[in-house]
Design a binder for this molecule. Structure first.
Ligand code: NAP
Length: 295
């Protein structure tokens, strides 16, 4: 199997390249192949040259608030790139692994979201990612579309690293408690991707949608409180800081977020025979690695 990883320097990309050694990597810099994925000609040439049997697309426009002001740019990356990748995969009998988001949903069904639940994105980011899912589905290529949620890692630029940076500087935290979701360590998503490739990749004949996320439901506030406690316990920050729950109204953001982002991963578990980890156990593992990396 020849596998090409796009978005190799993002949170998920870095976890995938650390786990899967037989990958060719692609990013705008620091990778085997360099490509701005929104350059359709360059992307087409790259695919024709490398001729991967599997493409993992970990690249995306992930700046949720910025997408409100840069709609076309978000759609180019989140809809047009997967559309091009899925056409190429269909024409070349390759497998596409693509990622999507809980932000395709709004409302609260009173349980974790299933793959077949109705979608109703409330943000440009969510709508652009849904358009990407639909483009892959319409291509009828061999594809796994993995919806995930609240992805974090030790890299800068995500919720966990932002709150631990502030807590490490001794600052108290005010964190939204009326949005509930399934926090997902990028390591969990990379492990699940590998399990899917090993166990079912060759059996996938058409676009297949799966939810892959940390198990359990918690608010951003609860996640911050747990992360601060665990980080202080491991010496990643000097001591705990106060974490105050606030409402979304008290933390205005340009893009509207879903109030309920809990994803039900049982279809993934049935397909692979693997259990998804509890969200707090995965957080502990992430922080153990964070501490070891700093040693
Ligand atoms: N983060 C979350 O909370 C979250 C939640 C649900 C779903 N997801 C989905 O999960 C997947 C992985 O997310 P992530 O958090 O790992 O994303 P990330 O850390 O933001 O990484 C995205 C990657 O896309 C690359 N990229 C952006 N524009 C590009 C372009 N024009 N050409 C080439 N590469 C480009 C970036 O490259 P540079 O390094 O060069 O900037 C970056 O490495 C995405 O599909 C995302 O939508 C994420």
């Amino acid at each position: 199997m020849s596998c090409l990883l796009l978005g190799a320097n993002g949170q998920l990309g870095r976890h995938l390249r650390a786990r899967m050694t037989d990958l060719a990597t692609c990013a705008r810099a620091d990778a085997d192949h360099h490509c701005d994925l929104t350059d359709q000609v360059a992307l087409g040439r790259l695919l024709d040259r490398v001729r991967p049997s599997t493409i993992i697309n970990a690249a995306a426009w992930t700046a949720v608030d910025d997408a409100e002001d840069h709609r076309d740019a978000a759609y180019r990356l989140n809809r047009d790139v997967p559309a091009q990748l899925s056409s190429w995969c269909r024409d070349n009998d390759a497998l596409l692994i693509h990622y999507s988001t809980d932000y395709v949903f709004s409302g609260n069904p009173g349980r974790g979201w299933h793959e077949d639940d109705p979608v109703a994105p409330e943000s440009v980011y969510g709508a652009s990612k849904l358009a990407g899912e639909q483009a892959v589905a319409a291509s009828e290529c061999r594809a796994l579309i993995l919806r995930t949620a609240w992805v974090y890692s030790a890299l800068p630029g995500n919720f966990l690293s932002a709150i631990l940076k502030r807590a490490g500087q001794g600052g108290d935290l005010r964190v939204v408690s009326d949005q509930v979701g399934s926090p997902t360590w990028a390591g969990t998503l990379a492990t699940a991707t590998e399990a899917l490739l090993d166990r079912v990749g060759q059996r996938i004949e058409r676009p297949t949608l799966l939810h892959v996320a940390g198990k359990g439901a918690m608010s951003w506030y609860e996640l911050a409180r747990e992360a601060v406690q665990m980080a202080a316990g491991r010496g990643i920050i000097k001591s705990t800081v106060a974490v105050e729950p606030i409402t979304s109204d008290q933390w205005p953001q340009k893009a509207k977020r879903p109030e309920w982002s809990v994803l039900d991963g049982s279809r993934y578990e049935q397909l692979t025979g693997e259990s998804l980890p509890d969200a707090l156990a995965a957080l502990a593992e992430c922080l153990d690695q964070w501490k070891d990396a700093a040693c």
